[in-house]
Design a protein around this ligand. Sequence first.
Ligand code: 1CP
Length: 352
Amino acid sequence: MARPENDDFLRALLREPTTRTPVWLMRQAGRYLPEYCETRKRAGSFLELCKTPSLACEVTLQPLARYDLDAAILFSDILTIPDAMGLGLYFSDGEGPKFERPLREEWAIRDLAAPDPYDHLRYVLDAVAEIRRALNNSVPLIGFSGSPFTLACYMVEGGSSDDFRTVKTMLYDRPDLLHRVLEVNAEAVTRYLNAQIECGVQAVQIFDTWGGALSHAAFREFSLAYIERVIEGLTKTRDGERVPCIVFTKGGGQWLEAIAACGCDAVGLDWTTHLGEARHRVGEKVALQGNMDPIALFASPEAVAREATRVLESFGGGMTGHVFNLGHGIHQHTPPDNVAVLVETVHRYVRK
Ligand code: 1CP
């Protein structure tokens, strides 16, 4: 299988020259798009949307129909893995994701097992195949998973949390139990990403959304070590092409060198790190992805263009290896027209 017609995103991840800076946006399909809200209503719920491949395919393509984006990202959620493990994922209105059976008891942790993605997560793999057919090799498709630790946060807390009190208490009181959860999660994530790769995704991103909530010492032991283990087990090439892996740890800027050494091809950065300084810190080791503050998209179109240009300039000239993105997912109340301004600004920019 040849590379897609527009392969700027893959080229940038591999630090090959590109004609323009490629751009995609974390959570680019979602509630800020009226057409997404319409499809979600038709699906009945967010989970039904995820579990119906034709609808997941439809919403994956929606942002690409509106904007000249350089990659598509599979429409799904990181919580499909714990759902497949039997924790009972549900969404209560306005409260975000929840689990019917959070992982608290020692016996439940001993019983936890990595699901077979071809069985319990078949709907995700079917969506991948359908999206690849629909994209018709125009742009690459990104697959993803949560990091073992970020998944454990939701599994042990039973939902979102402000302070991660339950999972961190386990970390300090019973590190053996948390390590056991993380081992199973690492196995589950590895199998899941490899299945996505086998079914057609051309790059993968590991979302370590909550790694930045850990102490300096705990980050390596409880998050990065398991990301490393996942990457070790990943399929590196498919049909003769490298399948690049991006690691995004929100709040991970201070650990950049360590993250860059975990075996990934690119590191995603939030908006608190200077791209040019990050580039000097990692040298030729990895590409960088990021890192505009998603809230900047609420400002005037002129301010959006100015901020995007500032981010592009901060990466610096004379080097390849920048994928433009936001520093975290796009906010649900973002004005859609400002996203068009952002994408055009990035594509028109000529690197000095
Ligand atoms: O009501 C709705 O429509 C649900 C909102 C929603 C959407 C659009 C959720 C629930 N998940 C998603 C899709 C999603 N989630 C995607 C695909 C969309 C795309 O990128 O185009 C991806 C990549 C995710 C990943 C995800 N889910 C993360 C990691 C990324 C991040 O933003 O940090 C996390 C932490 C989740 C958990 C989750 N799922 C949904 C919500 C609202 C949350 C966050 C809960 C929290 O704040 O703790």
